[in-house]
Ligand binder design. Sequence first.
Ligand code: ATP
Ligand code: MG
Length: 278
Amino acid sequence: MENSTKNGDVSGKENEDTFTIAVAGKGGTGKTTLSGLLIRELVERNIGSVLAIDADPNANLNELLGFEIGGTIGQLEAEVLQDSQEVPPGMTKKRWMELHLQQILAEGKGKDLLVMGRGEGPSCYCAINNILREYLNNLARNYDFLVMDNEAGMEHLSRRTTAGIDALLIASDGNPIAIQSARRIAGLVDELDIEVGKKYLVLNNVVGELPDKSDQMIEELDLELLGVVPRDENVLELCWDGEPIDLLESDSSTANAVREMVNKLIPDTVGLSHVNNE
Ligand SMILES: Nc1ncnc2c1ncn2[C@@H]1O[C@H](COP(=O)(O)OP(=O)(O)OP(=O)(O)O)[C@@H](O)[C@H]1O
Ligand SMILES: [Mg+2]
């Protein structure tokens, strides 16, 4: 973060209790938008450092957060595999990778961003995977909050970190077919080697009121409904213009819905929004 440190070298937090939020869900259900809005809300509350992780191989969280990125972990992996002579003499591959990983970490105001990118190397390249896993797990400990934007079922993430998730948010549209598919995604995540504290359903891009019969369907999913985020034309407009989500009015219906969600996830920070940053 700007005005702060990365990698915990000076005042970086050594926090065993990093609160990790991961967003999964079918394509186009709003995972990246929700991640961006969650990050913005956490930063506004000024309750600790936030690391955003883009774990979707089709990375675009950086655009939503307004970050320029210097590379991805996938690219670094590929470089190490293809061009090992680039490692300067006298330097271990581990050290060389750590230096590059530090450059990949993009720093912003109140939040940093790490982009995983595509897995361009063979997935069984154990030495590299182990270095990466160790780095990611150590990095995560330096932050109070981690917010991860994923591809639908989080398959890539499980290869690269063993860190657990406190709150898994499964995004869905507000229609019966999409709600049913959230069950499948929850099942996919269960099959991965990732420890998950609590799973939630988030209905996004919802137009109008949900019918009463949706209650029963949601109950059968065995996922707590964390929030219902309405469709907001301004969100779409920012997306068309390639503008960061921070430009969304903070009292918009969408931002308010996300605020309520954070109130439920981290109840002891209720009411802190907009107070500390004014
Ligand atoms: N609440 C909302 N109101 C209006 N538009 C929305 C809302 N949420 C998301 N969108 C729009 O829907 C589109 C898909 O959203 P987003 O990219 O966040 O989904 P995603 O699940 O991350 O997609 P992918 O699976 O491709 O990664 C975007 O154009 C976004 O602006
Ligand atoms: Mg996305």
